[in-house]
Ligand binder design. Structure first.
Ligand code: AMP
Ligand code: GLY
Length: 420
């Protein structure tokens, strides 16, 4: 029997997942909650936000949903997986207790220390005086992190003591990140290139996906404030077979052994952000979900069906899966609203989507975008992800930017050096 699937979330990641799932011969219907103008092209949007756990359970029961896929971290932290499992509904994603590996940086650091996973040296503080004392004798730069989820804004790289003091006081005295910043992690600054790793984990095995590189800073040349990600490439070009094996040996094998030893019921996506340092790969953070815009390039490169991979992860049968990957390079260029990651206008009419989407190898994913009176308008910071496949990085970039050049809305902002 064909399946009815629900995708939770409303970003480019969710459009990318829903688009890929829409190609599955096993799927009858896709719902997205709340979705965006992109998910509406491949399924039906349902006006329930990802944190409204009770309503989602009700919806899934009433509409005979066979399988649900969770996109965002806050939905995981809100316990949506726990609620679905309790109601006997099949769902992709870790329960809240396991998703703490993302929602508490202190918990993640303790986990890594306990299980010998390479990461930056760190100390954890709730007391401002103690934290400041530590900062006075530390080496710089120094990294100060709010413990909880802070929309990517909770990480401050302090170049000197004054900046570290400012960051510590902002979290522990001024409560700038609310409860998320009442505990902080202060860690050593790591040098190297960054790389995003994705591995499906089913509790007893894992499956490593191709590597990606995100571009987190808002502006060209890695300048400006941190964002959720302004563009990605896959593969990253920094991970050869030997390094892939090392990442498995030093990060993923001990992760798997660690969750088993600690009794953490982790089934879902593990997405470690890595710094490739001179001493080897070190984990900057764990995410317990698909990355965005990483997902947008990963689904372009997956040439086999996505549904069996997600179901096998939820069922604990991942070991028998053999996905197929496109050897070509994928690029994603994010088109954002002017002002992002700060404040920005919404409701700007988007033009050029059709002519851009016609280009060879191009697929455009919608993020902060919605339909109003038959027109697609901006509705968030990151608005669109323009993806392209090419025989090599140059070709993928050329095609991606050719498509991006055809799209316009008032205030459009993008980086011109994704993959450069
Ligand atoms: P996180 O949310 O922990 O991944 O941090 C966000 C970004 O801050 C990372 O993508 C890195 O660019 C940077 N970052 C975090 N921790 C460190 C570190 N220990 N050393 C250098 N850069 C870091
Ligand atoms: N692109 C980084 C993230 O999804 O956290």
């Amino acid at each position: 029997m064909k399946k009815r699937v629900l995708v939770m979330g409303s970003g480019g990641r969710e459009h990318a997942l829903a688009w890929k799932l829409s190609q599955s011969p096993q799927i009858e219907k896709i719902y997205a909650a709340p979705g965006n103008s992109g998910t509406a092209q491949v399924g039906e949007n349902v006006a329930i936000v990802a944190e409204d756990v009770e309503k989602l359970v009700e919806f899934a029961k009433a509409n005979r949903i066979d399988f649900t896929i969770v996109g965002p971290d806050d939905a995981l932290a809100a316990g949506v997986v726990d609620a679905f499992q309790k109601a006997g509904l099949k769902i992709f994603g870790p329960p809240a207790a396991a998703a703490r590996l993302e929602s508490s940086k202190a918990f993640a650091k303790e986990f890594m220390r306990r299980h010998g996973i390479p990461t930056a040296d760190y100390r954890e503080f709730t007391d401002c005086t103690e934290a400041l004392e530590f900062c006075r004798s530390a080496k710089y730069p120094l990294v100060v992190k709010a413990d909880g989820l802070a929309l990517g804004k909770g990480v401050i790289i302090a170049q000197n003591l004054a900046e570290a003091e400012g960051a510590v006081r902002m979290c522990l005295e001024d409560g700038a990140f609310g409860a998320a910043g009442k505990r902080i992690v202060v860690e050593e600054f790591l040098e190297g290139v960054e790389c995003s790793i994705h591995a499906l984990v089913d509790g007893s095995s894992y499956l490593l996906l191709p590597d990606c590189r995100d571009h987190k800073k808002a502006f060209d040349g890695n300048t400006g404030p941190n964002t959720g990600g302004m563009g990605t490439i896959s593969p990253s070009g920094s991970v050869d077979e030997a390094l892939r094996a090392r990442i498995c040996r030093e990060v993923l094998d001990p992760f798997l052994a660690g969750i088993q030893k600690d009794g953490i019921a982790f089934r879902g996506m593990l997405f470690p952000g890595l710094m490739l340092t001179a001493e080897g790969p070190k984990v900057l953070e764990f995410n317990c979900r698909w990355g965005d815009p990483e997902t947008q390039v990963l689904v372009r490169r997956l040439s086999s069906d996505l549904l069996p991979l997600l179901e096998a992860t939820a069922d604990g049968t991942l070991a028998k899966e053999r996905p197929e990957w496109d050897a070509r390079v994928a690029v994603c260029v994010i088109l954002a609203s002017g002002g992002y990651p700060g404040s920005y206008k919404k409701g700007q009419v988007i033009s050029g989507l059709d002519t851009a989407g016609e280009l060879e190898g191009v697929k455009i994913f919608h993020a902060g975008a919605k339909v109003v009176d038959g027109q697609i308008v901006t509705n968030g910071g990151r608005v669109l992800g323009v993806t392209a496949l090419g025989a090599n990085l140059d070709e993928a970039r050329r095609q991606g930017y050719l498509a991006a050049d055809r799209i316009f809305f008032d205030g459009i902002q993008r980086r011109n050096d994704i993959g450069a």
